[in-house]
Design a protein. Structure first.
Length: 113
């Protein structure tokens, strides 16, 4: 399985970004997929996940600001991030919700004025 995350960048507080993660080499539609992030010096954490049918879950820290979605035809999962805060700065990754796939390279999100 290959995980290709993209869409990160530098944004000011209050700004928005949309991340994408293309998944190849697996039967994508069967799996619950999650977006994770890892800030410097911190453990990787799950911030949002979505099951095949579309139900979603969010960490309290991003609830109301982030929206996860998926396109099973394009084999891609998205993370719309609004009202970004400096504490959202991290490398963002996608993976199965149980994190059983090998990690991809992630995409850097930096929130700073």
């Amino acid at each position: 399985v290959q995980l290709q995350a993209s869409g990160g960048g530098l944004v000011q507080p209050g700004g928005s970004l949309r991340l994408s993660c293309a998944v190849s080499g697996s039967i994508f539609r069967f799996y619950a997929i999650g977006w994770y992030r890892q800030a410097p010096g911190k453990q990787r954490e799950l911030v949002a996940d979505i099951i095949s049918a579309g139900s979603t879950n969010y960490a309290d820290s991003v609830k109301g600001r982030f929206t996860i979605s998926r396109d099973n035809v394009k084999r891609t999962v998205y993370l719309q991030m609004n009202n970004l805060k400096p504490e959202d700065t991290a490398v963002y990754y996608c993976n199965r919700r149980d994190a059983s796939w090998a990690w991809g390279q992630g995409t850097q999100v930096t929130v700073s004025s």
